[in-house]
Design a protein around this ligand. Structure first.
Ligand code: CUA
Length: 309
């Protein structure tokens, strides 16, 4: 992670957002120091020792007008810089390159015009990029701090954002809406490269060769791998890696039993996930998928699990 990136002019929005931030920060700092100073002075000047007899003051129209008009002007100034920085973020240039973003617990998929997908976001330098964002499950939020862009990804509706990356490099992408157990693992990179290198990267794609096996496609489409890793990592549920054919200690009605993870066991684990819970994992976390997956889907999953050693 390169922390200095945050100070670079990494995107076309850095200037506008930073100006709004500094204006608001400056006004806040001025009042923090000013009010604290006046307060300390009053404590000193009007303590009982120096001012034994309190004075009754009955309002002042002049003062009230001043402390209404000045704050009004200040908040209008803040609004002006805020709106100026924001409005341009909603106006996408016509020639923007579009990328589809799919968010789910707990990862990002980026899909380009030719169908190629990636786990990191690849973009050409100096070109407007529009992200069309959708969520498969809960609310996520895509945040690229160095670019000063952030937008919620909301299930049931599509959101978008755009930017022009100015400097080649790798930038952090974070999910900035708490979305469950592995929210903090939901990160990726925005990789900014020269146009030519990007074109080469994009063209290096064969839809047939790069296609996932059917079973894996189903696992991804139903967000199974959010809880069951493919690489042996322990998540909410047991990993799919090397699962098929192994012996598993499971709890059946509170009693421990050992089973072999065969076709029958996997089908039951999908249809009645809480009947045979592997020891060491929480029960009643997973819902039944008996109405979601067809018998053919389940066969495809089992075939895939056999290959994921
Ligand atoms: Cu996705 Cu937090």
């Amino acid at each position: 992670m390169n922390y200095l990136q945050i100070f670079s002019n990494a995107s076309n929005f850095v200037e506008g957002v930073d100006t709004a931030f500094m204006v608001i920060f400056g006004i806040s700092l001025f009042f923090l120091i000013g009010i604290t100073g006046v307060m300390l002075y009053f404590v000193y000047r009007y303590s009982r020792k120096r001012n034994p007899k309190a004075t009754q003051i009955d309002g002042s129209n002049t003062l009230e007008v001043i402390w209404t008009v000045i704050p009004l002007i200040l908040v209008m100034v803040m609004f002006y810089y805020g709106y100026k920085g924001y409005a341009v973020m909603r106006e996408v240039p016509e020639d923007a390159m579009e990328v589809k973003v799919i968010a789910y617990m707990w990862d990002w998929d980026f899909e380009y015009a030719n169908g190629k997908t990636s786990k990191d976001l690849y973009v050409p330098v100096g070109k407007a990029v529009k992200l069309n964002m959708m969520s498969k499950d809960v609310i996520h939020s895509l945040y690229i701090p160095a670019f000063r862009v952030k937008e919620d990804v909301v299930p049931g509706t599509d959101t978008y954002m755009w930017f022009i990356a100015n400097i080649e490099g790798d930038y952090d992408i974070l999910c900035t809406e708490y979305c469950g157990l592995r929210h903090s693992f939901m990160d990726a990179k925005a990789i900014v490269m020269p146009q030519q290198a990007f074109d080469t990267w994009l063209a290096d794609y064969n839809p047939e060769l790069d296609k996932d096996p059917r079973g894996l496609e189903i696992l991804k489409a139903n967000a199974c791998i959010g809880c069951h890793s493919l690489d042996g990592t322990k998540l909410v549920g047991p990993s799919f890696k090397g699962l098929y054919g192994t012996e598993k200690a499971v709890l059946v009605d509170g009693k421990e039993r050992t089973l072999t993870a065969n076709d029958e066991y996997i089908r039951k684990a999908i249809n009645e996930p809480n009947a045979e819970v592997v020891v060491g994992y929480p029960a009643n976390v997973m819902q039944s998928y008996s109405k979601v997956l067809t018998p053919e889907d389940m066969e495809a999953i089992i075939e895939y699990l056999k290959t994921n050693k």
